[in-house]
Ligand binder design. Structure first.
Ligand SMILES: [Zn+2]
Length: 274
């Protein structure tokens, strides 16, 4: 979900306060763009009423968190702007070390402030405390083949994959390392090439999209005719904009929320609008 510091973090406290402030500003910016962006000026009540709405989008999902409420109040009315416009404020759980350019994920998005950046300090990454920083997923091959065949049908592929042996490889990557194209070859040499945005949903496991498209393919495991595909990856989410676990890492290392926001959204400015 948008607007939430991932629930598995548990309660964040004083040492993560700057990250909570960064999240409050990011959530408010996202909500302002989403809810108010198209009809600004139509509402004669101005920002007084709306400011409530913007901040509730954050409050509502963070019940019982004293520090989160403090973060909303401490940043009251602050939003992220570029050239005096409220930005498209994307964020995600964990980048795994490098964020992604906005237009590699959202093809209609081409903003200088959504560029891919290294989320590191020296040799370590700010988001290294995330439970999703590094992961391994094992995916049942026959389930994968059936969702790929269904995908082939929906995309008018004339050569849907045959069941049986197949090969899977990342054929192209974005500069961040995220998969740009994945090639799948079945036992009869039929191939399907997956576009960037179909990779995560197609490699889902237990009805959950693959955590990120930053992965490599490991050795498959054969269990009595039942093959498991092994994906070794990093991060959680699309990778665009602020890395929430990176912000937590920065906060724990003494960075301020405005430093974090300038790190993840380059060339932007904070503005207080109410
Ligand atoms: Zn990160």
């Amino acid at each position: 979900m948008h607007g939430v510091v991932p629930a598995e973090i548990g309660s964040l406290g004083k040492s993560e306060f700057e990250a909570l402030k960064a999240q409050a500003v990011a959530s408010r910016t996202y909500a302002l763009k989403k809810l108010g962006g198209n009809n600004r000026g139509k509402d004669s009540r101005g920002f007084d009423i709306r400011s409530d709405i913007y901040d509730q989008t954050y409050h509502g999902r963070r019940e019982n968190s004293e520090w989160a409420i403090r973060a909303v109040n401490a940043t009251k009315g602050e939003v992220i702007t570029f050239n005096n416009n409220v930005i498209e404020c994307y964020f995600h759980s964990t980048c795994g070390g490098r964020t992604e350019s906005g237009h590699n994920v959202f093809t209609n998005v081409q903003f200088p402030y959504l560029q891919g950046i290294a989320d590191d300090f020296g040799k370590r990454d700010f988001c290294e405390d995330s439970p999703h920083y590094r992961w391994v997923e094992k995916i049942n091959a026959s389930e994968l083949i059936s969702s790929l065949r269904e995908f082939g049908r929906q995309n008018n592929n004339n050569h849907p994959l045959a069941p049986g042996l197949f090969e899977l490889r990342v054929s192209e990557r974005f500069p961040s390392g995220r998969a740009k194209s994945v090639i799948i070859v079945d036992g009869k040499n039929n191939t399907i090439a997956l576009e960037p945005n179909s990779i995560r949903p197609l490699f889902q496991n237990e009805n959950r999209s693959l955590r990120s498209s930053l992965f490599r393919v490991g050795q498959p495991i054969d269990r009595g005719g039942n093959r498991e595909i092994v994906l070794i990856g990093a991060g959680f989410g699309h990778g665009v904009g602020m890395c929430q676990w990176g912000a937590i890492g920065m906060s724990r290392k003494g960075y301020s929320y405005d430093q974090m926001l300038r790190h993840y959204y380059r060339e932007t400015e904070l503005k207080k609008i109410y």
